[in-house]
Ligand binder design. Structure first.
Ligand code: SF4
Length: 330
């Protein structure tokens, strides 16, 4: 492991200033992803700026019924929070489906949003990877792509985003609060993570020195039911092959509103806008759910190693919506 300096920031301004002074410094939160990357040689910073003890560890009510989740709130605390469980069950379920109990106790809200792909080549410094080493190539092309993208990929990168939490937040239209060298700004979560394009080394729109301070969750009408469903290779401690976060508002048998995001299918949490369009105003029936899933997945471009994800995503989405309307999940 390459030696590095360790600094601890006392407040947000000091954290941003410390990083801004050093192009090769990175923030350290819970460390559940970064420390692995230090050991593997995937990350080689000169300095770690520890932000894990900044006073950003609270969950606060916002006017109108939303919640502000501080950046250093631990995943286990967020999942267990009574207001989160009551108002956003999809988020609590997504958090509890991720990692292990020990990891959730350490992982932070901001760190979860910013975790990096688990593409096996990205984590193996002996292989070519455009995300780790821009311009070096992509070893996944023609290689192991079981966990890789079927939507929105590029010739430069087909990796997927590994977070469950971020998929739920995408369905909830969360807003990421950021403080950086140029001040504060709010970034809708749909604009926060990037598709790979020709710059897959940029996972998000954050610049150097930008610090996530909180995530705001807008209020949901009380008639909305929400659910997170994850399909994986084993029952726990595994990343999603496909996941679905859905919030559904059905009135008199008709879909009044719906928000859907898919995980495990793209470089970012994939907001299923085409499926939502198909569903709004439609009867809340199995036929509608199936048509919506087909509409969303029509643009899928799987490869041999992950073609199974197209029917898997379709069936997982239909099952999630069926469950939200009181039907028996199959
Ligand atoms: Fe790297 Fe992306 Fe290719 Fe994986 S898919 S090897 S992360 S460029």
């Amino acid at each position: 492991m390459k030696p590095f300096a360790y600094r601890r920031a006392d407040d947000v301004a000091a954290a941003v200033a410390l990083l801004s002074q050093d192009r090769h410094a990175v923030f350290l939160g819970g460390g559940t992803n970064l420390v692995d990357h230090l050991r593997l040689g995937v990350a080689t910073p000169d300095t770690l700026v520890d932000v894990s003890r900044l006073p950003l560890d609270r969950i606060e009510e916002l006017p109108g019924g939303g919640l502000r989740v501080g950046a250093t709130v631990r995943n286990s605390d967020l999942a267990a929070d009574p207001l989160v469980r009551q108002r956003y069950p999809v988020l609590s379920q997504a958090l509890l489906s991720g990692a292990s109990g020990q990891l959730r106790n350490a992982a932070t809200t901001a760190g979860n949003l910013l975790q990096r792909t688990r593409c096996v080549y990205f984590q193996d410094v002996t292989t070519a990877c455009n995300k780790r080493d821009p311009g070096s190539g992509c070893s996944a092309l023609g290689g192991y792509q079981r966990y890789h993208a079927i939507l929105g990929a590029s010739p430069e990168c087909t990796a997927t985003h590994p977070s469950d939490m971020a998929v739920a937040m995408a369905a909830l239209d969360a807003v990421v609060q950021v403080v950086g060298p140029d001040g504060e700004r709010a970034v809708p979560i749909g604009d926060f993570h990037r598709l790979p394009g020709d710059r897959p080394h940029h996972d998000t729109v954050l610049g150097h020195g930008d610090l996530v301070t909180a995530v705001d969750l807008p209020p949901l009408p009380e008639t909305v039911r929400s659910r997170y469903r994850k399909v994986r290779d084993r029952a726990s401690y595994a990343f999603a092959l496909v996941s679905v976060a859905a919030a559904l508002d059905v009135r008199d048998g008709v879909v009044a509103d719906v928000r859907i995001a898919l995980g495990g299918v793209a470089h970012k949490p994939w907001r299923a806008s085409l499926a939502e369009q198909e569903l709004r105003g439609a009867p809340a029936t199995e036929d509608s759910f199936r048509r919506a899933a087909e509409a969303e997945l029509a643009a899928a471009q799987p490869v041999d190693g992950n073609a199974f994800k197209v029917p898997l995503a379709r069936n997982t989405l239909v099952a999630t919506l069926r469950e939200l309307t009181g039907g028996t999940p199959r």
